[in-house]
Design a binder for this molecule. Structure first.
Ligand code: HEM
Length: 262
């Protein structure tokens, strides 16, 4: 007879709760928090990718109401992702140092879902793929996303479907390249913001998303500074110095560029 479904069996709780394995001697008290918070992040990254893949399809199909509804969910999750850093900031530098050496060269740098998120939004970098071992889950996921349309491309499609004229070069741009500022798109966006509040509302949700990611980067680097100061990262970078170079780099540059002209 088939076993009755339970809360634990549906959520595979026994497996899920056996996945937190501290490596330090003792183990050190704070390593549990460190593992749990990273695992929670990865679960939310999974959900955000799931929702943004949907947003991408809704944009390309021109389904504005459902796109806005789904974006509200994504943006709410993003707020949680940013505020979760407060929890990690309750860990002092000494508490982190008690187990940091156990991390060896492991680092958030190697979060393939974070790179997938960047790829999906339009930040493409072939080098990021090569950092993952050939045939690994991360490498395959990134290789797939690299050749796929980005949310920005779906948005351009959406503008086109809403009656805005965009050149075949812009609509058919090489999706393996990062999104670059475009004078042509900026002219269209100015027209949208001046005359078309319904389409402008879609633009504003993309700005929220972009700003939310930049906010996460800023809060992450501040947390890194207060936890390890100017020490190098376990992933081999210069640490906070490197992370500073990733700040203030919007994923949708055209949506920011037009503000000075409105
Ligand atoms: C004590 C806590 C943390 C410290 C000290 C820390 C430190 C660092 C450092 C130094 C880097 C630069 C790469 C390197 O050389 O390692 C980095 C990158 C990164 N970390 Fe963290 N991190 C912490 C927590 C987290 C958490 C909770 C997440 C959530 C997933 C995270 C996600 C990332 C990501 C995605 C990158 C790559 C950023 C990019 O390349 O733009 N980190 N982290």
């Amino acid at each position: 007879m088939k076993k009755a479904l339970t809360y634990a069996s549906y959520l595979r709780l026994d497996e899920l709760l056996s996945l937190q394995e501290p490596l330090s001697e003792g183990p050190e008290h704070d390593e549990m928090l460190f593992i749990v918070i990273h695992q929670v992040y990865e679960l939310w990254f999974k959900e955000v990718l799931h929702e943004l893949d949907y947003v991408d399809r809704l944009l390309a199909d021109g389904d504005r109401p459902r796109m806005l509804h789904t974006m509200k969910r994504v943006l709410t999750i993003l707020k949680v992702l940013v505020s979760q850093l407060d929890i990690l900031e309750t860990m002092t530098p000494l508490e982190f140092m008690s187990f940091r050496s156990r991390l060896e060269a492991a680092s958030g740098f190697q979060s393939y879902q974070f790179r997938e998120l960047e790829f999906l939004l339009g930040v493409k970098d072939e080098l990021a793929i090569r950092r993952f071992q050939e045939g690994s889950t991360g490498r395959r996921a990134l290789e797939k996303r690299y050749g796929e349309r980005t949310v920005w491309d779906a948005f351009l499609q959406f503008l086109h479907g809403a009656g805005y004229s965009l050149s075949p070069e812009t609509l058919g741009r090489d999706v393996t390249h990062s999104v670059e500022p475009s004078a042509e798109v900026q002219e269209v966006l100015l027209e949208v913001y001046r005359n078309d509040p319904e389409v402008a509302a879609v633009c504003e949700r993309l700005v929220d998303l972009d700003e939310g990611i930049q906010e996460w980067r800023y809060r992450h680097v501040k947390m890194v500074e207060r936890t390890i100061g100017v020490k190098r990262g376990t992933g081999g970078s210069s640490g906070s110095e490197f992370l500073h170079t990733t700040l203030n780099r919007p994923v949708f540059p055209d949506l920011w560029a037009i503000r000075a002209r409105l």
